[in-house]
Write a protein that binds this ligand. Structure first.
Ligand code: ZN
Length: 217
């Protein structure tokens, strides 16, 4: 009874040990498989096992930094270029363009106080006729800008939308249509360096958009 009982117990013990062994082996195998899968994932998603990928990853921030530096440089270069291109003498000859989209290509014009005369050339780069999309270039001081623009609009195309004999008009071109060009040469003796002046197109309604600052420095 006790032998049988011991034998039975030994069998159960051996079975238990074998079961544990199989279980451990299976677990090991599963762990290795799992580990292998994880390792594969790691290899795919990180650069640790791919020196060339690592290099690429490390390059990215440098490239972004390099791009930013390039942009800063280019802005500086543009500023430098403008500063280098601006000359007191050269500023006496100004060229500005108007188009069919109711736009001047400049928001600011800067001339030197040393200019004996300033010539402003207006080019209409559009195609629409003067009675539909006409442009001119008119100069007043800032406070006269609005009233002169409104009076100009009422003066009609025959008067180039300029109020006749108006002393507030410091300079003005004729009204032109698409493909045409006009210019005006005027003395800036009466203009004061540092004061604010406005240039604009006095074609009815255009002055709201087609305007900019005229500076004498
Ligand atoms: Zn206009």
């Amino acid at each position: 009874m006790s032998d049988s009982g011991l034998g039975f117990s030994l069998k159960r013990f051996i079975t238990l040990i074998v079961s544990i062994a199989i279980f451990v082996l299976l677990f090991e195998g599963a762990s290795q498989l799992g580990g292998g899968l994880i390792k594969a994932q790691v290899e795919q998603t990180t650069s640790k096992f791919h020196p060339e990928k690592n290099a690429e990853d490390r390059l990215k921030p440098s490239m972004v930094l390099a791009t930013e530096v390039t942009i800063e440089n280019s802005v500086e270069e543009i500023s430098d270029a403008i500063a280098a291109n601006w000359t007191a003498e050269g500023s006496c000859q100004q060229v500005i363009e108007g188009n069919d989209m109711l736009q001047f290509n400049l928001k600011e014009m800067v001339v030197s106080a040393s200019c004996a005369e300033v010539t402003v050339t207006l080019k209409h780069t559009g195609a629409m006729p003067a009675n539909v999309m006409g442009h001119n270039w008119v100069l007043t001081n800032n406070t006269d800008f609005m009233p002169v623009a409104q009076a100009g609009g009422a003066a009609g195309l025959d008067n180039n939308y300029i109020p006749v004999g108006d002393q507030r008009v410091l300079a003005a071109t004729t009204v032109i249509g698409g493909g045409q060009e006009t210019s005006v040469t005027f003395s800036i003796e009466s203009l004061v360096a540092g004061d604010d002046y406005t240039f604009f197109c006095s074609f009815p309604g255009h002055y709201a958009i087609m305007q900019g600052a005229f500076k004498v420095i």
